[in-house]
Design a protein around this ligand. Structure first.
Ligand SMILES: [Zn+2]
Length: 476
């Protein structure tokens, strides 16, 4: 099947794909118009590859990574992918030296060595740095979609519904020819379908291209203690009485020095639960993991330098604030880091509350409130968080409860509770919304007994920063 209008190809595709066997069916685009190539859109042409490599070099110079290697991913225009398949079916006589090699492979090969020269990075299949180059050409978006819609109407059925609500003519609206949809249809394009495609139409301009360098996230786990009664855990805490001061949160005090050292563009602080702004976190501290996105510098976390770096980070964080300290910093794998938010309900917490009673305390009654067996309580959503939480009855367990009188009006309570228990409400009863409460147990009302100061002494975990150090050692 020969076409009357010749197929436009660049000099590279004419040589590598068409070869002697395709000579009669093609016309070779001028060297300065290689974008007219119906097969590669000019992406394979050396001059274009040079342009892309130079741009990559400039891009990398403006925001360097301390990486030694990279993985290359190319995002090709859907119209180009479609034409590759059409041309294969339409021109079986093509016998160029690389005619049988998929375009994507030829493309990667053509780019790798140039990019290596330009970037100084070694191309590999295993690297934490990925370079994605996206090529774009929108000359044929509408006509390609219409062609495929006619050939495979059933593939566009779900899209039709959307179209009926919008533009009947099909111009405008969102493009419906997605990469996935095209991949599903490619294999079904046979000679007959290919013969009706206007493959001799050349692209009108060179592809646009853009880069994205992206490094795998780094995950650092640890435990934090908080010694302030005026420091929120995160800058977005919905604490009405806490003014938002930049840098004034546990999250920022912990992530700041990490982001600075590793040059991350973004951080995420994930803690195992949280304490209120006026509650201190003592003892061994509360576990957390920090996600550091797109780090520029990770060489200091190489196995031989890791211990030293994590110790230096810990010291930097601890020196930078008297309100927060961290310990047990460890590097986590992505798999472990992603499991960390699971299993919240299984955790126990140990609190010490320093309480005040308006009425003199009967030490006998106070002693009698002590529990060594779990106490089951029901907590309605507390008055103080009603605005932002759903109204629910939450069953919670108080595993142990110890009391200690200090003077006539003050006493200490130590209690081990299920994670998610509202401690302040358990103590004062929240106008009967928590039942039974400590106030009930010692025969007081709200307003008569309340917490003056609260500390978290221990957080028990199911998720494993302490295990991960061992795992790391095994790997070595
Ligand atoms: Zn070409």
């Amino acid at each position: 099947m020969t076409s009357s209008v010749p197929l436009p190809l660049c000099s590279v595709c004419a040589r590598q794909s068409a070869g002697e066997g395709g000579k009669e069916s093609i016309r070779v685009a001028a060297e300065d118009a290689s974008f007219e190539c119906s097969l590669c859109f000019g992406i394979l042409h050396p001059a274009f590859i040079d342009d892309v490599s130079k741009a990559a070099e400039a891009h990398l110079a403006s925001c360097p990574y301390d990486a030694t290697s990279f993985i290359l991913a190319l995002n090709l225009p859907t119209s180009q992918t479609l034409r590759e398949q059409i041309i294969k079916k339409r021109f079986p006589s093509f016998d160029g030296i690389l005619a049988d090699i998929p375009f994507k492979v030829r493309n990667i090969n053509a780019y790798l060595s140039k990019l290596q020269q330009a970037s100084g990075l070694r191309p590999t299949l295993m690297s934490d740095l990925q370079l994605t180059i996206t090529f774009e050409n929108d000359d044929f978006l509408d006509s390609d979609t219409e062609f495929l819609r006619k050939a495979f109407p059933q593939d566009f059925r779900s899209g039709k519904k959307r179209r009926q609500n919008g533009d009947e003519n099909g111009s405008g609206g969102e493009p419906e020819l997605t990469k996935n949809r095209l991949q599903n249809m490619l294999g079904r394009i046979n000679e007959k379908i290919a013969s009706t495609f206007p493959v001799e139409k050349a692209p009108s301009r060179p592809c646009k291209f853009s880069f994205a360098f992206e490094r795998d996230p780094v995950y650092i786990a640890g435990r934090y203690c908080k010694y302030s009664r005026a420091l929120p855990q995160s800058p977005w805490s919905a604490e009405e009485d806490a003014p938002l001061i930049p840098g004034h949160s546990v999250s920022e005090k912990v992530t700041g020095p990490m982001a600075k050292l590793l040059g991350s563009t973004e951080t995420r602080f994930v803690a195992s639960g949280r304490e209120d702004i006026d509650v201190r976190m003592l003892g061994e501290g509360r576990p957390f993991v920090v996600h550091l996105i797109n780090c520029r510098n990770t060489q200091t976390l190489r196995p031989d330098r890791r211990v030293e770096t994590l110790a230096a980070l810990r010291d930097a964080i601890n020196k930078s604030s008297v309100d927060v300290s961290v310990s047990e910093l460890a590097l986590l794998s992505r798999e472990v880091a992603e499991q960390l938010s699971v299993g919240q309900e299984d955790k126990k917490k140990l609190y010490t509350a320093y309480c005040y009673s308006t009425l003199p305390i009967d030490t006998g009654v106070l002693k009698a409130a002590t529990r060594t067996e779990p106490l089951e309580i029901i907590q309605k959503t507390p008055v103080r968080v009603m605005k932002r939480r759903a109204l629910l009855d939450r069953p919670r367990s108080i595993y142990t409860l110890e009391t200690m009188p200090i003077d006539e009006h003050h006493f200490l309570v130590r209690m081990e509770t299920q994670a998610g228990t509202y401690i302040k409400e358990f103590v004062h009863g929240d106008f009967g919304r928590t039942r039974p409460s400590l106030a009930d147990l010692i025969g007081c009302q709200k307003g008569e007994v309340d917490i003056v100061q609260l500390d978290v002494e221990r957080v028990d975990l199911v998720w494993p920063p302490e295990n991960t150090g061992k795992k790391d050692e095994k790997k070595k």
